[in-house]
Design a protein around this ligand. Structure first.
Ligand code: TYM
Length: 326
């Protein structure tokens, strides 16, 4: 993006962030922040409770994600950094959007279909998840939303909501675009089931703060066999990770070995484990320091919410005036 734009993005507070979250989202956020865009980065704690959760864990996960953002380099002096639930306007705007969004639009969302399949009882929040996400985005009149591949459909829905609102009540919201990295949308695969995306639970995720031994242990177990059609999504995933965390030389070396049919997965895994451990070494230390200062984290989040609230209140006032809500 050449000129400064409004950028909005967030991650759920449903677990620690993994390297899929990092490559799909956080890494881009840091670039956008340093390029001087007007950035709003928040923790989607309200989205975090659409799947089963324990209150104590939610509390701890939220602090953990806050420390993760800061340790990775989100700078509260440059970006507005806050918790979704602290800015009450999000939920109100989401409700208004619920009332202009056809049910069919929500029911066809891939994430809703996937997540509701694995749950005994499906809560309404899981269905209306994308209207809350539309509220998060449109509240700040975002032009760009940097996300991984799995969230693109939700950004598209935010565009649908913006169009519906604008055509019914007059031009109010710009239509946001999802933003992708130069090489395209990122979808990091699970280590144990490499046809699926890496997600926040289990051994299939490499967490950003995993210690070196843990990284090695998880990578050693990573699935790298070829499937019936000769594809090897596990190995592709590891090579993709190497291209991000290792040097170009190293990546070329392993790609050449693969072409020659001489790639030893144990060597690849060892090199990758070392690279990922080194890449996040400073991050791990910073995060530990931040987690030891919960008061500081609360202060930073309080300041961020105050900044976000100002913009959110202005948007909501405009929406209320246009919709006739007193
Ligand atoms: P969440 O918490 O699932 O993920 C946070 C970000 O990480 C990306 N991501 C991935 N990218 C590549 N490979 C993967 N395996 C992978 N797993 C996750 C996600 O695409 C996302 O960008 N609904 C959002 C949170 C949200 C939001 C918003 C985002 C709420 N409101 C408004 C943008 C704008 C979510 O669940 O992210």
């Amino acid at each position: 993006m050449n000129k400064p734009e409004i950028v909005v993005s967030g991650a759920r507070a449903s677990g620690k962030l993994h390297i899929g979250n990092y490559l799909g989202a956080l890494k881009q956020w840091l670039q956008l922040q340093s390029d001087g865009h007007t950035c709003y980065f928040f923790i989607a704690d309200l989205h975090g409770i659409t799947t089963p959760f324990e209150p104590k864990e939610l509390h701890q996960n939220t602090l953990d994600v806050a420390a993760t953002y800061l340790a990775a380099g989100i700078d509260p002096n440059k970006s507005v950094f806050f918790l979704q639930n602290h800015v009450l306007e999000h939920a109100t705007l989401a409700w208004i959007f619920n009332c202009i969004t056809p049910l069919g639009e929500l029911e066809r969302m891939t994430q809703f279909k996937d997540k509701s399949q694995n749950q005994e009882s499906i809560n309404a929040g899981l269905l209306t998840y994308p209207t809350l996400m539309a509220a998060d985005i449109l509240m700040y009149k975002a032009a760009a939303v940097p996300v991984g591949e799995d969230q693109v459909q939700h950004v598209e829905l935010a565009r649908v909501v913006a169009r519906k609102f604008n055509s019914r009540f007059g031009q109010t919201f710009p239509e946001p675009k999802h933003l992708m990295r130069d090489e395209g949308l990122v979808r990091i695969k699970s280590l144990s089931e490499p046809t699926k995306k890496m997600s926040k639970t289990g051994d299939e995720a490499l967490l950003m703060d995993d210690e070196p031994e843990e990284i090695m242990r998880k990578l050693k177990k990573a699935v790298t066999g070829s499937d019936a059609s000769g594809q090897n999504p596990g190995a592709e995933n590891l090579l993709f990770l190497l291209s991000h965390f290792g040097t170009k030389q190293q990546t070329d070396h392993f790609l050449n070995l693969q072409k020659a049919g001489q790639l030893k997965y144990s060597d690849l895994k060892e090199a990758l484990a070392q690279d990922i451990s080194d890449y996040f070494a400073e991050f791990r230390e910073k995060k530990k320091e931040l987690l030891a200062k919960p008061k500081f984290l609360a202060e930073v989040l309080g300041d961020g919410a105050a900044k976000a609230r100002k913009v959110a209140q202005a948007t909501l006032l405009e929406v209320k005036q246009k919709t006739g809500l007193l």
